[in-house]
Write a protein that binds this ligand. Sequence first.
Ligand SMILES: Cc1cc2nc3c(=O)[nH]c(=O)nc-3n(C[C@H](O)[C@H](O)[C@H](O)COP(=O)(O)OP(=O)(O)OC[C@H]3O[C@@H](n4cnc5c(N)ncnc54)[C@H](O)[C@@H]3O)c2cc1C
Ligand SMILES: *[C@@H]1O[C@H](CO)[C@@H](O)[C@H](O)[C@H]1NC(C)=O
Ligand SMILES: *[C@@H]1O[C@H](CO)[C@@H](O)[C@H](O)[C@H]1NC(C)=O
Ligand SMILES: CC(=O)N[C@H]1CO[C@H](CO)[C@@H](O)[C@@H]1O
Length: 495
Amino acid sequence: MVKNPLKIFMLINCLGMYDWSLSAKYFLNIYVFASTIQNSGSQRHMHFIKKTLNMEIFGCFALTEVSHGSNTKAIRTTAQYDPTTQEFIINSPDFEASKFWIGNMGKNATHAVVYAQLYTQGGQCHGLHSFVVQIRDPKTLLPMPGVMVGDIGRKLGQNGLDNGFTMFHNVRIPRENLLNRTGDVTPEGVYSTSFKDVRQRFGASLGTLSTGRVSIIGMSVVNLKLALSIAIRFSATRRQFGPNDDEEIPVLEYQMQQWRLIPYLAATYVLDHFSKTLFMDLVELQLGLLQNDKSIRQAELGREIHVLASAGKPLASWTAQQGAQECREACGGHGYLAMNRLGDIRNDNDPNCTYEGDNNVLLQQTSNYLLNCITDRHQDKVRIESPLESVNFLEDFKDILGQKFMISRVEDCMDSSVSLAAYKWLVCYLLRESFQKLNQERKSGSDDFEARNNCQLYKNLWATVLQGSKVLERPSWWREFSSYKPTVGSLKSKL
Ligand SMILES: Cc1cc2nc3c(=O)[nH]c(=O)nc-3n(C[C@H](O)[C@H](O)[C@H](O)COP(=O)(O)OP(=O)(O)OC[C@H]3O[C@@H](n4cnc5c(N)ncnc54)[C@H](O)[C@@H]3O)c2cc1C
Ligand SMILES: *[C@@H]1O[C@H](CO)[C@@H](O)[C@H](O)[C@H]1NC(C)=O
Ligand SMILES: *[C@@H]1O[C@H](CO)[C@@H](O)[C@H](O)[C@H]1NC(C)=O
Ligand SMILES: CC(=O)N[C@H]1CO[C@H](CO)[C@@H](O)[C@@H]1O
């Protein structure tokens, strides 16, 4: 599974070009279910992975409940340890705590990675942990005793994927099914964790949660590629109006059509490059996990990838959503004909803005991290730096804000360093403004929760901007893009 990560990434995207529901079924089983077992479990769980790869069992990832999606800490499924039988008892206290939206669970999954609050004797809660729970008999696909499972019904798209729900009525599972990378329970019922520092433990587990988001960035790029190739090809052949009655010109020749489509084409190149490099950073993180690397760098890398993916996923999925809509309109009436696929691409892309973290909520992960960087810099004079160096430039915060825009000729703006400098300035500016706004809120007596809520608009705005600068900072895409020679007729001269 981990031997050739880039190949799997490509395979999922290729399956997706054909049908996203098929790709999602494959992805959720191999990349989310088995990968979570690999990353959050240990040697004692390897048999699950083997069986998954042999297609003897089929998995899903069950975190979301009816009442809670974004706020995962409030998940209410419980896992009570019973030392007399050395089992965990998985229970859904009521319908609102039933797992809901779980892909593959509706009809076919035999096993689930279930997130539940871990309790040991005496009612002590140790927080959210993950467990492997068998939900169906692999031969008959009938539910296991105590498991109520079914399909949630028709969705706006991706109906080839069976999203399901489950309620657990005191379902007993072996103690060993606890995925024990961050914490374990002894047969006698004593809880232990190998991470001394809560922040470190959190960083390590966050990193693995980034897989889904990094993949969504890649999938959004595929959707953009599909939509743009349809719309640009169509525009190059579709003729409307012309200089005289006998000659009509392709709509792609019109300034307006280019202005609407070409920026999305440029964004596709940028995001394609970004998604591949971020994926390789994630692979580095996972190799560290496999080697049980407990260094500070590893934990910081987990945090940074989490922060980048939390802003990159909204940027990519929103760009794809808007791009697909623009492509649909750019093809006129034919764009609305189902067989031309633009509707499917747009509708299938749509849920990516919501799952693996709703975009608007996810952005707050990034903005909180950045605000913390600045606060730490102010209070403890710690340097702002991160393993992938994405925030290092904030160290020059003051100098950057003192810079002036000196360019006067359009030609000079073609140098990538100009946009990069403007981006850095904008990020620092918005960061300073929100930092001050947050402090003001606090001074006027708001508590932390309220103060942060009243700055949401500010913070999210610049978290998106910052992500843009991270994309720009990788110079190789500029080379790639500037050497790109479009072949669509006279478009060449106009680029
Ligand atoms: C097609 C599909 C497949 C899915 N597959 C799975 C799966 O396989 N496994 C799984 O575990 N889950 C799955 N999910 C669930 C998904 O992860 C959740 O829907 C998602 O996390 C959002 O949670 P929610 O629906 O509870 O929205 P809510 O948290 O109820 O959000 C509702 C609205 O409130 C806003 N909001 C919430 N909190 C804040 C805040 N603090 N500040 C500002 N605004 C806020 C949000 O932006 C959103 O607009 C799937 C969802 C879909 C649509
Ligand atoms: C998935 O479940 C449906 C409904 O039970 C069944 O028709 C289908 O064959 C199953 N697919 C697999 C691969 O088990
Ligand atoms: C997880 O369980 C395995 C096997 O029981 C054990 O060897 C390992 O030390 C445990 N890991 C942690 C982090 O507790
Ligand atoms: C990780 C994930 O769920 N990605 C989804 C993004 O959107 C495509 C459809 O465009 C889905 O099939 C993917 O599953």
